[in-house]
Design a binder for this molecule. Sequence first.
Ligand code: G3H
Length: 530
Amino acid sequence: MSLSQSNIPEQFQINKLVNQDTYLVDGALIPWRGETSNVFSTISSTEDYKPTLLGSIPTLGKKEALIALDSAVSAYNKGQGLWPTMKVVDRIACMEKFVEQMKTKRAEVVKLLMWEIGKNLPDSEKEFDRTVEYIYDTIEDYKQMDRDSAKFEKNSGVNAHIRRGPLGVVLCLGPYNYPLNETFALLIPALIMGNTAIFKPAKHGVLLISPLLEAFRDSFPKGVVNIIYGRGRTVAAPIMQSGKVDVLALIGNSKSANALQNQHPKSNRLRLVLGLEAKNPAIVLPDADLDLAIDECIAGTTSFNGQRCTALKVLYVHEAIVEEFNKRFSAKVDTLKFGNPWEDGAKLTPLPEPDKPAYIQDLIDDATEKGAKVINAKGGETTDNYIFPAVLYPVTKDMRVFQEEQFGPVIPVVPFSDIEEPLDDMAESNYGQQVSLFGKDTKTLAPLIDTLVNLVCRVNLNSSCQRGPDVYPFTGRKDSAVATLSVHDALRSFSIRTFVASKDNDYNNAILKDLLNSRASNFVSTDYIL
Ligand code: G3H
Protein backbone atom coordinates (compact mmCIF):
# COMPACT_ATOMS: atom_id res chain seq x y z
CA MET A 1 0.00 0.00 0.00
CA SER A 2 1.44 3.37 -0.95
CA LEU A 3 1.55 6.37 1.35
CA SER A 4 -1.30 8.16 -0.37
CA GLN A 5 -3.56 5.14 0.17
CA SER A 6 -2.88 4.94 3.85
CA ASN A 7 -4.70 6.66 6.68
CA ILE A 8 -2.08 9.34 7.09
CA PRO A 9 -3.56 12.84 6.74
CA GLU A 10 -2.28 14.41 3.56
CA GLN A 11 -0.35 17.22 5.23
CA PHE A 12 1.65 14.70 7.26
CA GLN A 13 2.50 12.29 4.47
CA ILE A 14 6.10 11.85 3.43
CA ASN A 15 5.82 12.37 -0.29
CA LYS A 16 9.36 13.48 -0.83
CA LEU A 17 12.50 12.20 0.86
CA VAL A 18 14.61 14.71 2.76
CA ASN A 19 18.02 13.92 1.35
CA GLN A 20 20.32 16.29 3.18
CA ASP A 21 23.28 16.53 0.84
CA THR A 22 24.97 19.62 2.24
CA TYR A 23 26.43 20.68 5.56
CA LEU A 24 27.05 24.17 6.88
CA VAL A 25 30.65 25.29 7.25
CA ASP A 26 32.20 28.75 7.01
CA GLY A 27 28.93 30.34 5.97
CA ALA A 28 28.30 28.03 3.02
CA LEU A 29 26.23 24.92 2.45
CA ILE A 30 28.91 22.56 1.25
CA PRO A 31 27.73 19.84 -1.15
CA TRP A 32 28.50 16.30 0.01
CA ARG A 33 29.11 13.52 -2.49
CA GLY A 34 30.51 10.92 -0.09
CA GLU A 35 28.94 8.22 2.05
CA THR A 36 25.46 8.90 3.43
CA SER A 37 23.29 7.27 6.12
CA ASN A 38 19.62 6.61 5.63
CA VAL A 39 17.21 7.98 8.20
CA PHE A 40 14.24 5.77 9.01
CA SER A 41 11.15 6.32 11.09
CA THR A 42 9.89 3.42 13.18
CA ILE A 43 6.41 4.50 12.06
CA SER A 44 5.08 2.34 9.26
CA SER A 45 3.43 3.84 6.18
CA THR A 46 2.15 0.51 4.96
CA GLU A 47 -0.34 -1.95 6.39
CA ASP A 48 2.31 -4.63 6.87
CA TYR A 49 4.81 -3.16 9.27
CA LYS A 50 7.86 -1.63 7.66
CA PRO A 51 9.96 1.30 8.92
CA THR A 52 9.54 4.36 6.70
CA LEU A 53 12.52 5.80 4.89
CA LEU A 54 12.54 9.56 5.51
CA GLY A 55 15.75 10.57 3.79
CA SER A 56 19.48 10.59 4.36
CA ILE A 57 22.28 12.59 5.92
CA PRO A 58 25.98 12.94 5.10
CA THR A 59 28.33 10.62 6.96
CA LEU A 60 31.12 13.13 7.39
CA GLY A 61 34.57 12.11 8.49
CA LYS A 62 37.37 13.49 10.62
CA LYS A 63 38.60 15.74 7.79
CA GLU A 64 35.27 17.56 7.43
CA ALA A 65 34.88 17.78 11.22
CA LEU A 66 38.24 19.50 11.56
CA ILE A 67 37.41 21.91 8.74
CA ALA A 68 34.21 22.84 10.59
CA LEU A 69 36.27 23.33 13.75
CA ASP A 70 38.72 25.58 11.90
CA SER A 71 35.82 27.61 10.62
CA ALA A 72 34.52 28.19 14.17
CA VAL A 73 38.05 28.93 15.41
CA SER A 74 38.64 31.50 12.63
CA ALA A 75 35.27 33.15 13.20
CA TYR A 76 36.21 33.56 16.86
CA ASN A 77 39.70 34.58 15.78
CA LYS A 78 41.22 34.72 19.24
CA GLY A 79 38.40 36.99 20.37
CA GLN A 80 39.07 39.45 17.55
CA GLY A 81 36.45 38.05 15.19
CA LEU A 82 33.55 40.07 13.90
CA TRP A 83 31.06 38.09 16.01
CA PRO A 84 32.69 38.14 19.45
CA THR A 85 33.48 41.88 19.12
CA MET A 86 30.17 42.88 17.58
CA LYS A 87 27.86 45.35 19.33
CA VAL A 88 25.19 43.58 21.35
CA VAL A 89 22.50 45.29 19.33
CA ASP A 90 23.93 43.88 16.10
CA ARG A 91 24.20 40.34 17.46
CA ILE A 92 20.59 40.61 18.57
CA ALA A 93 19.61 41.74 15.06
CA CYS A 94 21.16 38.55 13.63
CA MET A 95 19.24 36.44 16.13
CA GLU A 96 15.99 38.25 15.33
CA LYS A 97 16.55 37.61 11.65
CA PHE A 98 17.11 33.94 12.38
CA VAL A 99 13.99 33.49 14.48
CA GLU A 100 11.81 35.25 11.90
CA GLN A 101 13.04 32.84 9.21
CA MET A 102 12.73 29.89 11.58
CA LYS A 103 9.05 30.65 12.22
CA THR A 104 8.27 30.13 8.53
CA LYS A 105 9.46 26.51 8.82
CA ARG A 106 7.09 25.45 11.61
CA ALA A 107 4.99 23.01 9.58
CA GLU A 108 8.02 21.22 8.09
CA VAL A 109 9.82 20.91 11.42
CA VAL A 110 6.69 19.74 13.27
CA LYS A 111 6.02 17.07 10.64
CA LEU A 112 9.59 15.78 10.89
CA LEU A 113 9.45 15.82 14.69
CA MET A 114 6.47 13.46 14.49
CA TRP A 115 8.07 11.10 11.99
CA GLU A 116 11.58 11.09 13.35
CA ILE A 117 10.96 10.78 17.07
CA GLY A 118 7.29 9.85 17.27
CA LYS A 119 6.27 12.89 19.33
CA ASN A 120 2.55 13.54 19.12
CA LEU A 121 1.24 16.54 17.18
CA PRO A 122 0.35 18.81 20.13
CA ASP A 123 3.70 18.14 21.80
CA SER A 124 5.62 18.60 18.54
CA GLU A 125 3.90 21.94 18.00
CA LYS A 126 4.63 22.83 21.60
CA GLU A 127 8.29 21.97 21.14
CA PHE A 128 8.55 24.30 18.17
CA ASP A 129 6.60 27.17 19.76
CA ARG A 130 8.39 26.84 23.07
CA THR A 131 11.73 27.10 21.24
CA VAL A 132 10.67 30.24 19.39
CA GLU A 133 9.52 31.73 22.68
CA TYR A 134 12.82 30.71 24.26
CA ILE A 135 14.72 32.64 21.60
CA TYR A 136 12.64 35.79 22.14
CA ASP A 137 13.00 35.48 25.93
CA THR A 138 16.75 35.06 25.50
CA ILE A 139 16.93 38.23 23.41
CA GLU A 140 14.97 40.17 26.05
CA ASP A 141 17.12 38.81 28.87
CA TYR A 142 20.29 39.69 27.02
CA LYS A 143 19.04 43.23 26.49
CA GLN A 144 18.41 43.51 30.23
CA MET A 145 21.86 42.10 30.97
CA ASP A 146 23.32 44.66 28.60
CA ARG A 147 21.35 47.50 30.22
CA ASP A 148 22.57 46.40 33.65
CA SER A 149 26.19 46.49 32.53
CA ALA A 150 26.06 49.81 30.64
CA LYS A 151 27.72 51.60 33.52
CA PHE A 152 30.92 52.11 35.47
CA GLU A 153 31.53 51.02 39.03
CA LYS A 154 34.00 52.63 41.37
CA ASN A 155 35.65 50.87 44.27
CA SER A 156 38.81 51.64 46.25
CA GLY A 157 39.91 54.19 43.65
CA VAL A 158 39.46 51.88 40.67
CA ASN A 159 36.87 52.41 37.94
CA ALA A 160 35.52 49.26 36.37
CA HIS A 161 33.38 48.58 33.36
CA ILE A 162 32.18 44.99 33.76
CA ARG A 163 30.36 42.93 31.16
CA ARG A 164 29.91 39.30 30.29
CA GLY A 165 32.06 38.15 27.40
CA PRO A 166 32.12 35.01 25.26
CA LEU A 167 34.23 31.94 26.06
CA GLY A 168 35.27 30.89 22.56
CA VAL A 169 34.36 27.82 20.53
CA VAL A 170 31.41 25.68 21.63
CA LEU A 171 30.77 22.08 20.60
CA CYS A 172 27.03 21.58 20.88
CA LEU A 173 25.33 18.17 20.98
CA GLY A 174 21.64 17.67 21.68
CA PRO A 175 19.38 14.75 22.60
CA TYR A 176 16.80 12.86 20.52
CA ASN A 177 13.85 13.49 22.83
CA TYR A 178 13.91 17.26 22.35
CA PRO A 179 16.06 17.53 19.22
CA LEU A 180 14.95 21.08 18.59
CA ASN A 181 14.22 22.59 21.97
CA GLU A 182 17.02 21.20 24.10
CA THR A 183 19.60 21.74 21.40
CA PHE A 184 18.54 25.31 20.78
CA ALA A 185 18.39 25.98 24.52
CA LEU A 186 22.17 25.43 24.33
CA LEU A 187 22.99 26.82 20.91
CA ILE A 188 21.03 30.09 21.07
CA PRO A 189 22.49 31.43 24.34
CA ALA A 190 25.94 30.25 23.29
CA LEU A 191 25.71 32.22 20.05
CA ILE A 192 24.11 35.37 21.36
CA MET A 193 26.87 35.76 23.94
CA GLY A 194 29.41 35.94 21.10
CA ASN A 195 30.72 32.37 21.00
CA THR A 196 31.07 30.45 17.76
CA ALA A 197 29.75 26.91 17.47
CA ILE A 198 29.94 23.52 15.84
CA PHE A 199 26.64 21.74 16.18
CA LYS A 200 25.98 18.08 15.45
CA PRO A 201 22.29 17.12 15.54
CA ALA A 202 21.15 14.03 17.47
CA LYS A 203 20.96 10.64 15.75
CA HIS A 204 17.15 10.63 15.83
CA GLY A 205 15.68 14.04 15.10
CA VAL A 206 18.32 15.06 12.60
CA LEU A 207 16.38 15.80 9.41
CA LEU A 208 14.22 18.36 11.19
CA ILE A 209 17.25 20.64 11.28
CA SER A 210 17.39 20.66 7.45
CA PRO A 211 14.61 23.25 6.99
CA LEU A 212 16.61 25.62 9.22
CA LEU A 213 20.03 25.36 7.58
CA GLU A 214 19.45 28.30 5.24
CA ALA A 215 18.19 30.46 8.09
CA PHE A 216 21.43 29.74 9.97
CA ARG A 217 23.50 30.48 6.88
CA ASP A 218 21.68 33.73 6.09
CA SER A 219 21.44 35.16 9.61
CA PHE A 220 24.92 34.87 11.08
CA PRO A 221 28.39 35.90 9.86
CA LYS A 222 30.34 33.06 8.25
CA GLY A 223 31.80 30.48 10.57
CA VAL A 224 29.67 31.47 13.56
CA VAL A 225 27.42 28.41 13.25
CA ASN A 226 28.72 25.22 11.67
CA ILE A 227 26.41 22.22 11.33
CA ILE A 228 27.88 18.79 10.71
CA TYR A 229 26.55 15.26 10.43
CA GLY A 230 28.03 11.90 11.20
CA ARG A 231 28.88 9.51 14.00
CA GLY A 232 29.87 11.10 17.30
CA ARG A 233 32.97 8.95 17.58
CA THR A 234 34.17 9.98 14.12
CA VAL A 235 33.38 13.69 14.16
CA ALA A 236 33.11 14.85 17.80
CA ALA A 237 36.15 12.98 19.11
CA PRO A 238 38.76 14.64 16.82
CA ILE A 239 37.21 18.04 17.48
CA MET A 240 37.71 17.52 21.21
CA GLN A 241 41.21 16.07 20.76
CA SER A 242 42.29 19.28 19.05
CA GLY A 243 42.08 21.11 22.38
CA LYS A 244 40.44 24.01 20.56
CA VAL A 245 37.00 23.61 22.10
CA ASP A 246 36.32 25.97 25.01
CA VAL A 247 32.84 24.74 25.94
CA LEU A 248 31.28 21.29 25.65
CA ALA A 249 27.52 21.82 25.63
CA LEU A 250 25.73 18.50 25.71
CA ILE A 251 22.34 17.18 26.67
CA GLY A 252 22.60 13.42 26.85
CA ASN A 253 24.19 10.94 29.19
CA SER A 254 27.20 11.17 31.46
CA LYS A 255 28.94 8.29 29.66
CA SER A 256 29.19 10.22 26.40
CA ALA A 257 29.94 13.48 28.22
CA ASN A 258 32.80 11.86 30.13
CA ALA A 259 34.16 10.16 27.01
CA LEU A 260 34.20 13.47 25.15
CA GLN A 261 35.62 15.64 27.88
CA ASN A 262 38.38 13.09 28.46
CA GLN A 263 39.51 13.60 24.86
CA HIS A 264 40.35 17.25 25.54
CA PRO A 265 44.09 17.54 26.20
CA LYS A 266 43.64 20.35 28.76
CA SER A 267 40.51 19.66 30.76
CA ASN A 268 41.05 22.78 32.88
CA ARG A 269 40.34 24.88 29.80
CA LEU A 270 37.09 23.16 29.05
CA ARG A 271 33.85 24.56 30.43
CA LEU A 272 31.01 22.08 30.67
CA VAL A 273 27.35 22.80 30.21
CA LEU A 274 25.67 19.42 30.58
CA GLY A 275 22.14 18.16 31.07
CA LEU A 276 22.43 14.48 31.85
CA GLU A 277 20.44 11.45 33.00
CA ALA A 278 18.01 11.43 35.89
CA LYS A 279 15.75 9.05 37.76
CA ASN A 280 13.27 11.46 39.29
CA PRO A 281 11.17 9.82 41.99
CA ALA A 282 7.64 10.60 43.10
CA ILE A 283 6.96 10.18 46.80
CA VAL A 284 3.28 9.69 47.60
CA LEU A 285 2.54 10.24 51.30
CA PRO A 286 -0.43 8.64 53.09
CA ASP A 287 -2.45 11.88 53.20
CA ALA A 288 -1.93 12.73 49.49
CA ASP A 289 -4.92 13.65 47.35
CA LEU A 290 -4.92 10.40 45.39
CA ASP A 291 -6.82 11.68 42.35
CA LEU A 292 -4.34 14.48 41.94
CA ALA A 293 -1.30 12.28 42.65
CA ILE A 294 -2.47 9.68 40.14
CA ASP A 295 -3.10 12.23 37.39
CA GLU A 296 0.28 13.85 37.93
CA CYS A 297 2.07 10.48 38.09
CA ILE A 298 0.37 9.45 34.83
CA ALA A 299 1.62 12.62 33.13
CA GLY A 300 5.05 12.32 34.76
CA THR A 301 5.63 8.69 33.81
CA THR A 302 3.98 8.46 30.40
CA SER A 303 4.33 11.84 28.62
CA PHE A 304 6.31 11.17 25.47
CA ASN A 305 6.46 7.54 26.61
CA GLY A 306 8.70 8.40 29.56
CA GLN A 307 11.44 9.63 27.21
CA ARG A 308 12.08 12.84 29.13
CA CYS A 309 15.00 13.49 31.41
CA THR A 310 12.45 14.98 33.82
CA ALA A 311 10.07 11.99 33.61
CA LEU A 312 9.04 10.29 36.84
CA LYS A 313 11.03 7.08 36.66
CA VAL A 314 10.21 5.50 40.02
CA LEU A 315 7.11 5.90 42.20
CA TYR A 316 7.46 5.50 45.98
CA VAL A 317 4.00 4.98 47.44
CA HIS A 318 3.30 4.68 51.16
CA GLU A 319 2.14 1.18 52.11
CA ALA A 320 -1.03 2.55 53.73
CA ILE A 321 -2.36 3.66 50.35
CA VAL A 322 -0.40 1.61 47.86
CA GLU A 323 -3.15 -0.91 47.15
CA GLU A 324 -5.68 1.79 46.27
CA PHE A 325 -3.05 3.77 44.34
CA ASN A 326 -2.04 0.73 42.29
CA LYS A 327 -5.64 -0.17 41.46
CA ARG A 328 -6.58 3.29 40.23
CA PHE A 329 -3.22 4.17 38.69
CA SER A 330 -2.87 1.00 36.64
CA ALA A 331 -6.49 1.20 35.43
CA LYS A 332 -5.80 4.73 34.23
CA VAL A 333 -2.57 3.73 32.45
CA ASP A 334 -4.61 1.19 30.50
CA THR A 335 -6.98 3.92 29.25
CA LEU A 336 -4.15 5.78 27.50
CA LYS A 337 -4.51 5.74 23.75
CA PHE A 338 -1.69 4.46 21.58
CA GLY A 339 -1.52 5.80 18.04
CA ASN A 340 0.56 7.51 15.42
CA PRO A 341 1.60 11.04 16.41
CA TRP A 342 -1.01 12.84 14.28
CA GLU A 343 -3.92 10.75 15.60
CA ASP A 344 -6.37 12.61 17.80
CA GLY A 345 -5.79 11.95 21.48
CA ALA A 346 -2.74 9.71 20.96
CA LYS A 347 -0.89 9.90 24.27
CA LEU A 348 1.39 6.95 23.62
CA THR A 349 3.26 6.91 20.34
CA PRO A 350 5.84 4.76 18.52
CA LEU A 351 9.31 4.60 20.07
CA PRO A 352 12.00 6.07 17.79
CA GLU A 353 14.71 3.61 18.86
CA PRO A 354 14.05 0.25 17.19
CA ASP A 355 15.66 -1.71 20.03
CA LYS A 356 13.78 0.08 22.84
CA PRO A 357 10.82 -2.34 23.14
CA ALA A 358 13.24 -5.25 23.61
CA TYR A 359 15.20 -3.32 26.25
CA ILE A 360 12.03 -2.47 28.16
CA GLN A 361 10.97 -6.13 27.93
CA ASP A 362 14.33 -7.12 29.46
CA LEU A 363 13.65 -4.79 32.38
CA ILE A 364 10.19 -6.30 32.83
CA ASP A 365 11.58 -9.86 32.69
CA ASP A 366 14.31 -9.06 35.17
CA ALA A 367 11.81 -7.49 37.59
CA THR A 368 9.28 -10.31 37.31
CA GLU A 369 11.99 -12.93 37.83
CA LYS A 370 12.91 -11.10 41.03
CA GLY A 371 9.35 -10.99 42.38
CA ALA A 372 7.53 -8.04 40.82
CA LYS A 373 4.26 -8.37 38.91
CA VAL A 374 2.89 -6.47 35.95
CA ILE A 375 -0.27 -5.10 37.57
CA ASN A 376 -2.03 -3.52 34.58
CA ALA A 377 -3.82 -5.62 32.01
CA LYS A 378 -2.13 -4.11 28.96
CA GLY A 379 1.34 -3.80 30.49
CA GLY A 380 4.04 -5.18 28.21
CA GLU A 381 1.81 -5.70 25.14
CA THR A 382 4.23 -5.38 22.30
CA THR A 383 3.86 -4.32 18.69
CA ASP A 384 6.52 -3.68 16.05
CA ASN A 385 7.41 -0.24 17.36
CA TYR A 386 5.93 -0.14 20.85
CA ILE A 387 5.62 -1.77 24.21
CA PHE A 388 2.66 -0.71 26.33
CA PRO A 389 3.70 0.78 29.71
CA ALA A 390 3.92 -1.96 32.32
CA VAL A 391 3.25 -0.95 35.93
CA LEU A 392 5.59 -3.12 37.99
CA TYR A 393 4.91 -3.86 41.68
CA PRO A 394 6.52 -4.36 44.15
CA VAL A 395 9.86 -3.15 42.85
CA THR A 396 12.98 -3.70 44.92
CA LYS A 397 16.50 -2.32 44.80
CA ASP A 398 18.04 -5.40 43.20
CA MET A 399 15.98 -4.96 40.03
CA ARG A 400 17.43 -3.33 36.94
CA VAL A 401 14.35 -1.17 36.52
CA PHE A 402 15.14 0.37 39.91
CA GLN A 403 18.77 1.02 39.05
CA GLU A 404 18.73 2.05 35.39
CA GLU A 405 17.24 5.15 33.81
CA GLN A 406 14.66 3.36 31.67
CA PHE A 407 13.89 6.36 29.42
CA GLY A 408 10.86 4.55 28.10
CA PRO A 409 7.44 3.11 28.95
CA VAL A 410 7.81 1.08 32.15
CA ILE A 411 6.71 2.25 35.59
CA PRO A 412 8.25 0.83 38.76
CA VAL A 413 6.25 1.25 41.99
CA VAL A 414 8.14 0.85 45.29
CA PRO A 415 6.16 0.59 48.55
CA PHE A 416 7.60 2.25 51.66
CA SER A 417 6.66 2.40 55.34
CA ASP A 418 9.27 4.86 56.60
CA ILE A 419 10.10 8.08 54.75
CA GLU A 420 13.78 7.43 55.42
CA GLU A 421 13.63 4.62 52.83
CA PRO A 422 13.11 6.86 49.75
CA LEU A 423 15.37 9.51 51.27
CA ASP A 424 18.20 6.98 51.73
CA ASP A 425 17.71 5.72 48.18
CA MET A 426 17.86 9.25 46.80
CA ALA A 427 21.01 10.00 48.78
CA GLU A 428 22.65 6.82 47.45
CA SER A 429 21.45 7.34 43.88
CA ASN A 430 23.75 8.62 41.14
CA TYR A 431 21.10 11.13 40.12
CA GLY A 432 19.88 14.38 41.61
CA GLN A 433 17.64 16.33 39.30
CA GLN A 434 14.09 16.67 40.72
CA VAL A 435 11.48 14.98 42.91
CA SER A 436 7.68 15.08 43.08
CA LEU A 437 6.24 15.13 46.58
CA PHE A 438 2.56 14.38 47.13
CA GLY A 439 1.01 15.17 50.51
CA LYS A 440 -0.75 17.84 52.56
CA ASP A 441 0.24 17.92 56.19
CA THR A 442 2.67 20.80 56.56
CA LYS A 443 4.28 19.34 59.68
CA THR A 444 5.32 16.32 57.62
CA LEU A 445 6.12 18.26 54.47
CA ALA A 446 8.31 20.95 56.04
CA PRO A 447 11.25 18.80 57.19
CA LEU A 448 10.95 16.69 54.06
CA ILE A 449 11.19 19.70 51.77
CA ASP A 450 14.19 20.94 53.75
CA THR A 451 15.97 17.63 53.11
CA LEU A 452 14.86 17.08 49.52
CA VAL A 453 16.11 20.46 48.30
CA ASN A 454 19.56 19.28 49.32
CA LEU A 455 19.26 16.02 47.41
CA VAL A 456 17.87 17.38 44.15
CA CYS A 457 17.48 20.81 42.56
CA ARG A 458 13.71 21.12 42.29
CA VAL A 459 11.01 19.81 44.62
CA ASN A 460 7.65 19.70 42.85
CA LEU A 461 4.89 19.88 45.39
CA ASN A 462 1.83 17.89 44.31
CA SER A 463 2.85 17.98 40.67
CA SER A 464 4.98 15.98 38.27
CA CYS A 465 8.54 17.01 37.45
CA GLN A 466 9.25 19.28 34.51
CA ARG A 467 11.80 21.67 33.13
CA GLY A 468 9.48 24.59 32.44
CA PRO A 469 8.75 27.40 32.71
CA ASP A 470 12.08 28.04 31.05
CA VAL A 471 12.83 31.08 33.17
CA TYR A 472 13.34 28.81 36.19
CA PRO A 473 16.70 27.18 36.89
CA PHE A 474 17.13 23.77 35.31
CA THR A 475 19.99 21.83 36.77
CA GLY A 476 20.87 18.76 38.82
CA ARG A 477 23.33 17.24 41.23
CA LYS A 478 25.70 14.27 40.85
CA ASP A 479 25.40 12.60 37.41
CA SER A 480 22.38 14.70 36.40
CA ALA A 481 23.92 17.99 35.26
CA VAL A 482 26.82 20.39 35.16
CA ALA A 483 25.95 24.14 35.13
CA THR A 484 22.50 25.66 35.20
CA LEU A 485 20.17 26.37 32.34
CA SER A 486 17.27 28.79 32.33
CA VAL A 487 16.80 31.66 29.96
CA HIS A 488 18.98 33.84 32.19
CA ASP A 489 21.36 31.22 33.63
CA ALA A 490 22.21 29.89 30.17
CA LEU A 491 23.52 33.33 29.19
CA ARG A 492 25.73 33.20 32.26
CA SER A 493 26.82 29.60 31.63
CA PHE A 494 28.06 30.50 28.13
CA SER A 495 29.97 33.61 29.16
CA ILE A 496 32.48 34.93 31.62
CA ARG A 497 32.72 38.23 33.44
CA THR A 498 35.44 40.35 31.95
CA PHE A 499 36.16 44.00 32.53
CA VAL A 500 38.20 47.09 31.93
CA ALA A 501 39.71 48.62 35.08
CA SER A 502 41.52 51.91 35.46
CA LYS A 503 42.77 53.91 38.40
CA ASP A 504 40.50 56.85 39.07
CA ASN A 505 42.70 59.78 37.98
CA ASP A 506 42.40 62.64 35.48
CA TYR A 507 44.67 60.96 32.95
CA ASN A 508 42.65 57.72 32.77
CA ASN A 509 39.28 59.38 33.15
CA ALA A 510 39.95 61.60 30.14
CA ILE A 511 40.72 58.49 28.09
CA LEU A 512 37.55 56.77 29.28
CA LYS A 513 35.52 59.85 28.47
CA ASP A 514 36.98 59.95 24.99
CA LEU A 515 36.31 56.23 24.50
CA LEU A 516 32.69 56.78 25.46
CA ASN A 517 32.18 59.95 23.42
CA SER A 518 33.84 58.60 20.29
CA ARG A 519 31.85 55.33 20.53
CA ALA A 520 34.98 53.69 19.14
CA SER A 521 34.79 50.65 21.44
CA ASN A 522 31.91 48.17 21.44
CA PHE A 523 32.85 47.05 24.96
CA VAL A 524 33.50 50.38 26.68
CA SER A 525 30.13 51.88 26.05
CA THR A 526 27.27 53.12 28.16
CA ASP A 527 24.78 52.95 25.29
CA TYR A 528 22.01 50.51 25.91
CA ILE A 529 19.11 49.03 24.05
CA LEU A 530 15.65 50.02 25.23
O1 G3H B 1 14.46 15.67 28.61
C1 G3H B 1 14.45 16.58 29.45
C2 G3H B 1 13.75 17.85 29.22
O2 G3H B 1 14.48 18.96 29.63
C3 G3H B 1 12.46 17.85 29.91
O3 G3H B 1 11.77 18.98 29.66
O4 G3H B 1 10.15 18.75 31.52
O5 G3H B 1 9.70 20.25 29.62
O6 G3H B 1 9.64 17.78 29.30
P1 G3H B 1 10.23 18.93 30.05
